[in-house]
Design a binder for this molecule. Structure first.
Ligand SMILES: *[C@@H]1O[C@H](CO)[C@@H](O)[C@H](O)[C@H]1NC(C)=O
Ligand SMILES: *[C@@H]1O[C@H](CO)[C@@H](O)[C@H](O)[C@H]1NC(C)=O
Ligand SMILES: *[C@@H]1O[C@H](CO)[C@@H](O)[C@H](O)[C@H]1NC(C)=O
Ligand SMILES: *[C@@H]1O[C@H](CO)[C@@H](O)[C@H](O)[C@H]1NC(C)=O
Ligand SMILES: *[C@@H]1O[C@H](CO)[C@@H](O)[C@H](O)[C@H]1NC(C)=O
Ligand SMILES: *[C@@H]1O[C@H](CO)[C@@H](O)[C@H](O)[C@H]1NC(C)=O
Length: 452
């Protein structure tokens, strides 16, 4: 199911990939319940052109990049290119070098005490991730914690977190996986306090909660692509329609909103692999999976790289924005034995050890782009005083959790849902709770996020 990056770059149409990555989209756009029978809707668009693809006319990821050319990642850190490291701290007048620890490099270890909330103690769990309610038989997937190789990652302490963010505000910018993360945070915090709804509008995608005792605000800002995008009339109707992506314009849904926030957690990924028309400076510069004569078909990750760059540029250019910005990296899905609509499923009941699997194909490429773009942004960070960019690098951590998805336990057995076996989102409680362990640890150690 994973695809070699080289083939992706050539822009070949690879059905499993399209279908896989469209799954979460269908799921969100068309609500629930809805049954989507997969046929080769792309046939008429793809036809023969993919066989005779003229690669010399392609745009590559860096065609528009006049500033930066990613080099192969340094070989001294195979496991995690990104490192979250503690700074050497000045103590008692002398430099004391603290042991450096990459908190994102490690293993899942048993934690019999988990979970810390259930479907009955937390009201915030989304139906589709409420695996306990829908009878998932093996509950062992909840009983693990992340253990970094060289240090410990404390479990989430809700009181400590709330003290840490007293009087502050936190925005989550992203898609349904971002919402999944928010709900995990709200559930973990529910051990101490439930928030009050403080939404400014009646829109599930733009919600706001306030923790009265702590004057702490959480808000969600829905965005599919981070850059401005709109659905078009082109192509097959419904879930497979094309989106126009304006690669040089941030989506106003978040860009005009985040200035007031102290913490902003940004993520994206899944939506970039569907059919797209790409615009730059109002001009159409190419497409993804369109195969229309005269329109250049670009590598699958071209749009993603550009969108991330625009995102960071926007953030760095926001006057008066002094927030701490976290890029939460891509969380791999785990369909096995078929694509999402062809019986593919995630039936594993325990985590991988880190030596049992590897980041590859689309996951690797997406992650690499995130690291590249984060690095570029980090380089320019000091142009905006007070801004702090940080990497919440969950990709490899979650790669090891094929057992953490709802599979078919995100709905009643008789319901016909789009993502019948959901191997994209994460059960609550479940491994996604660890994202908040990381978040709190990073809030506590705010000195530095450093890349090797
Ligand atoms: C696809 O190819 C077939 C045979 O090569 C042709 O008959 C058909 O018109 C093509 N469809 C499109 C949309 O190009
Ligand atoms: C591919 O495109 C280039 C320029 O767009 C053209 O020169 C070349 O002849 C094309 N090759 C094929 C096999 O169509
Ligand atoms: C990195 O990987 C290469 C080959 O995969 C290996 O030879 C090298 O020892 C590894 N380096 C580290 C630091 O693990
Ligand atoms: C919680 O899960 C149980 C099954 O363990 C189910 O019977 C119950 O209805 C669920 N409650 C809620 C509020 O989801
Ligand atoms: C609550 O926090 C906000 C900033 O998030 C601040 O503007 C406001 O004054 C605070 N309110 C109280 C009552 O402390
Ligand atoms: C992975 O490592 C563990 C112990 O560290 C070892 O027991 C196991 O055999 C290794 N598995 C593979 C596939 O290398």
């Amino acid at each position: 199911m994973e695809l070699p990056a080289t083939r992706l770059r050539k822009g070949l149409v690879i059905f499993p990939l399209i279908l896989l990555t469209i799954a979460p989209i269908l799921y969100l756009l068309f609500g629930y319940p809805l049954y989507y029978s997969s046929t080769s809707i792309y046939k008429h668009l793809t036809n023969s052109s993919s066989d005779h693809h003229n690669t010399s006319s392609e745009l590559h990821d860096n065609d528009y990049d006049d500033t930066y050319h990613p080099k192969p990642s340094s070989s001294d850190d195979n496991h995690s290119i990104s490192s979250y490291k503690e700074t050497p701290k000045k103590e008692n007048g002398r430099q004391k070098r603290k042991r450096e620890c990459d908190i994102f490099s490690g293993e899942w270890i048993p934690n019999p005490e988990a979970p810390y909330y259930t479907n009955t103690t937390c009201r915030a769990i989304h139906e589709h991730q409420n695996c306990i309610k829908y009878g998932r038989p093996d509950l062992g997937f909840m009983k693990w914690r992340w253990k970094p190789k060289e240090c410990d990652l404390p479990l989430f302490d809700p009181s400590e977190f709330l003290e840490m963010v007293r009087g502050k505000s936190m925005a989550f910018v992203g898609d349904s996986v971002s919402r999944n993360h928010v709900q995990s945070l709200i559930c973990l915090l529910s051990q101490v306090e439930d928030p009050e709804d403080d939404s400014r509008q009646q829109d599930f995608n733009f919600q706001r909660w306030i923790y009265k005792t702590y004057n702490f605000t959480i808000a969600t800002f829905w965005t599919t692509h981070l850059v401005r995008s709109e659905e078009t009339e082109t192509g097959p109707a419904g879930p497979n329609s094309f989106y126009n992506l304006y690669l040089d314009e941030p989506a106003p849904s978040w860009a005009s909103q985040i200035v007031e926030f102290d913490y902003v957690i940004i993520s994206s990924g899944q939506w970039f692999f569907r059919p797209l028309f790409l615009f730059d400076k109002q001009k159409r510069i190419g497409c993804l999976y369109c195969y229309i004569p005269g329109v250049r078909n670009v590598g699958a990750h071209f749009a993603y790289r550009r969108a991330l760059r625009t995102t960071f540029k926007t953030i760095l250019g926001l006057e008066n924005f002094k927030g701490e910005v976290f890029l939460r990296t891509f969380a791999p899905s785990h369909f096995e034995d078929g694509e999402w609509d062809k019986g593919g499923n995630c039936l594993k009941t325990r985590p991988y050890r880190s030596n049992e699997t590897e980041l590859e194909g689309m996951n690797l490429e997406t992650h690499n782009i995130q690291l590249d773009e984060f690095r570029i942004a980090k380089r320019d960070e000091n142009k905006n005083d007070g801004l702090n960019l940080r990497l919440l690098d969950v990709t490899r951590v979650m790669l090891l959790r094929p057992d953490g998805h709802p599979s078919r336990f995100g709905h009643k057995p008789e319901d016909k849902v789009v993502l019948y076996n959901d191997c994209v989102h994460w059960c609550l409680p479940g491994p996604i709770d660890s994202w908040n362990d990381f978040l709190l640890e990073m809030l506590k150690n705010r000195d530095l996020t450093r890349l090797p």
